[in-house]
Design a binder for this molecule. Sequence first.
Ligand code: GDP
Length: 169
Amino acid sequence: MTEHLLKILIVGDGNVGKSSFVHRYVSGQFNKTYKMTVGVDFSVKLLHWSETEKVRLQLWDIAGQERFISMNRIYYKGAVGCVVMFDVTNSSSFLSCRHWKQDLDNKAMLPSGDSIPCILLANKCDLAQRVVSADSIKEFSKANGFKTWMETSVKENKNIGEAMRPTSI
Ligand code: GDP
């Protein structure tokens, strides 16, 4: 059995749902009180890829950051994909995505020298008090070089597995 280790980053402002997303994806649960430890931490999900191959997904979540901060290169090192997340009820978390993506493009590279593929996730789409429209997300995603974007609700388990499919990132 061959095992591959893939490092995936989850970035975005505080409170957009990153820890909940990782927890939901890894354990299938959503608890309102769940919180990862402050600082950088990662969770692991083991995927049975084929008869002979296993994939160990290492999901790196920056916890405890309220606003965009420029990350240390070490954090980005070796990552093969990234999730940039914002909250559709919080426009400043959407604006921060530009900084998150620029920081990634400046510091995170594949061995080939290309920038790492990123997906943009518009979380909390279950909430009625939405302020960021689908049209503006679509435009932003295209203009900023995201591979794709999706609306998610960690709470209602919408598009969580879909976002993490290899074809998405
Ligand atoms: P983080 O700081 O980005 O890691 O955000 P958290 O995962 O701690 O989530 C912040 C808050 O948003 C928590 O109270 C979560 O329960 C809540 N939350 C996360 N995802 C969703 C969602 O899809 N819908 C709703 N309504 N609340 C969510």
